[in-house]
Design a protein around this ligand. Structure first.
Ligand code: AMP
Ligand code: MG
Length: 471
């Protein structure tokens, strides 16, 4: 049985505060992730869901844990806010798995913390189920992400746009260190704490950096690499994070904070879902330049510890190129291509332009490519003949090419209208819709007979065009 550890508590006091347990009158376990529990070495009795619900809603103290809220700052839509912090999340502790990897266990929506400001510290069940479905789907799609261990319905209402059932998510992450965590200390001029935090981040995410000539630069390069790969992954799947503030940008390179995020249905480069993103700052195609901007904010913090600009500037200057390299490395197999050519970026862009012009579904269009290896769709315009030429030049066995493509172009993604349907049913006390969608998303690349509907794009009247933070 894993024992909880508390390395974060040893960091300087400015970074954390005790979070009191609030508790709920009738918590009920709605979803439980047994494979993740096993990976974490948790030998809790899943046959006792009532006990799990009490622990994982903060109604009963989980043995060995001592909840704390983490401090952070952040640029929100470009504006610096010097103090944010966990307002509705608390870290229970850390677990080290059989491979020696350390994981944070965090409750989200369990009540107020010293950083709740005017908020209630609670979460509606809607965002809890959304994060559960999306983060677990993301994991199955092969994208680094925080995970969902459990979802609890609290038995108490929260007041958002209307009264809604409350929920608590148990989130698992390689860490909850954010660019904003560094900004918090840098803005306070607390250099000693900043150094302790950077050393902690190195130990946790870039252990090799400790022996580098410039450890903080090496840490920075590690974050740049992980974030470049992450955003390339999102782009390859039509995912829009929606609120890429620096406090939602993780040092571990995991997708963090599933708020108003969405997978696109029909492709549009400047697609936005978030109701609060009125200027499209975090539109699909802006995600690469935004992550670059966010990384510059991290560089500013680390320069306090290593004031030689050179290396940081180089790493930053290379970021757009690095994202593009990662993006093309993911896009080539999606197109059934095995070799890199100078005009690959143009090839991909030609396809995307055709999809946008035809208002074609992003996911299904990629999935259907493998059925058109002999005869490209006319709607793809000049992409078709160019692509054919590339395939012929590579001369691979087409059955194999097809199998490779189907293993990277998902058939099932957590489509907004399906997620919304699951949430609405759960609000009405019916969790079967959620369970079924969750099961479908466990195998996003496999054809699942009888579950064809889950692969479909929404009908016009089913389309969800806007998503909300749920705060
Ligand atoms: P987010 O939109 O999840 O990135 O949250 C932005 C900030 O608002 C963070 O500091 C959150 O902790 C805080 N926050 C969001 N919702 C609540 C809530 N219901 N109660 C207290 N704080 C909240
Ligand atoms: Mg956040």
């Amino acid at each position: 049985m894993s024992e909880f550890q508390h390395s974060y508590r040893d960091l300087p006091e400015a970074l954390h505060a005790q979070a009191p347990l609030r508790g709920f009158s009738a918590p009920e376990l709605l979803a439980w992730n047994q494979p993740l529990a096993t990976q974490l070495g948790l030998e809790w009795d899943a046959q006792d869901p009532a006990q799990l619900a009490r622990w994982l809603s903060g109604t009963e103290s989980l043995p060995g844990t001592a909840p704390l809220a983490q401090a952070y700052a952040g640029h929100q839509f470009g504006q610096f806010v010097p103090q944010l912090g966990d307002g509705r999340a608390m870290l229970l502790g850390e677990l080290v798995d059989a491979q020696g990897r350390r994981w944070d266990l965090q409750l989200k929506g369990a009540g107020r913390t010293p950083w709740s400001r005017g908020g209630d510290g609670l979460s509606s069940l809607g965002p809890v189920l959304r994060e559960f479905l999306l983060s677990e789907a993301m994991h199955r799609l092969g994208v680094p992400t925080t995970r969902a261990l459990a979802a609890v319905v609290t038995g108490e209402e929260v007041f958002r746009r209307q009264a809604e059932p409350g929920g608590v998510l148990t989130r698992v992450a390689a860490s909850h260190l954010r660019i904003g965590t560094f900004q918090y200390l840098a803005a306070r001029g607390d250099q000693a704490s900043l150094k302790a935090l950077a050393d902690y981040a190195i130990a946790r995410h870039d252990p090799d950096a400790a022996a580098a000539q410039r450890p903080y630069l090496a840490l920075f390069e590690g974050v740049v690499e992980r974030q470049a790969r992450l955003v390339a992954h999102w782009l390859s799947l039509g995912f829009i994070h929606g609120v890429m503030n620096t406090d939602n940008t993780s040092i571990s390179g995991e997708t963090l904070d599933y708020g108003p995020c969405a997978f696109m249905d029909e492709y549009r480069a400047l697609k936005v879902f978030s109701s609060i993103d009125q200027n499209g700052r975090y539109a699909y195609a802006n995600q690469a330049p935004i992550v670059h901007w966010n990384l510059a904010r991290l560089a500013e913090c680390l320069l306090v510890l290593d004031p030689e600009l050179d290396g940081f500037q180089n790493a930053l200057d290379r970021t757009p190129e690095l994202i593009q390299e990662h993006r093309l490395a993911l896009m080539r197999p999606k197109l059934g291509l095995a070799t890199a050519q100078a005009d690959d970026a143009t090839l991909v862009d030609t396809l995307l332009q055709a999809l946008e012009a035809g208002e074609a579904d992003f996911t299904l269009s990629f999935r259907e490519l493998s059925g058109h290896l002999h005869a490209p769709d006319k709607a793809w315009g000049e992409f078709g003949p160019r692509w054919q030429q590339r395939l012929q030049a590579e001369g691979r066995n087409l059955a194999q090419v097809r199998a490779c493509m189907d293993s990277v172009n998902p058939l099932y993604i957590p489509r907004n209208h399906q997620v919304e349907r699951a949430i609405q049913a759960a609000f009405a006390g019916d969790y079967k819709v959620f369970d079924e969608l969750r099961a479908v998303l466990e195998s996003p690349f496999d054809v699942q007979p009888g579950r064809e509907d889950y692969a479909l794009a929404p009908a016009r009247e089913e389309r969800v065009t806007q998503t909300f933070c749920g705060t």
